[in-house]
Design a protein around this ligand. Structure first.
Ligand SMILES: [Zn+2]
Length: 76
């Protein structure tokens, strides 16, 4: 994903900056504890498409319950 794109993206709820989780292909708002999916390189900035993160888990993205196989990120 283009890092410049990340700079112009903001959370639709709090207008705050988002964090790019490469392994999960999600854009994460730490304030709202929401993860917006990235599909085919396009961030889906819709609240009803976002995944609610567990506020009790300080290591979101490290969950072993995803069930998704590890894939190489072509962008490195
Ligand atoms: Zn937010």
């Amino acid at each position: 994903m283009d890092p410049r794109l990340l700079e112009i993206l903001a959370c639709p709820i709090c207008k705050g900056a988002l964090r790019h989780d490469r392994s999960a292909q999600e854009l994460i708002c730490d304030i709202d504890r929401l993860a917006y999916p990235i599909r085919d390189g396009i961030p889906i900035m819709m609240v009803d498409q976002a995944r609610q993160l567990d506020p009790a888990d300080p290591h979101e993205g490290a969950s072993p319950a995803a069930g998704a196989p590890q894939v190489q990120d072509p962008q490195g």
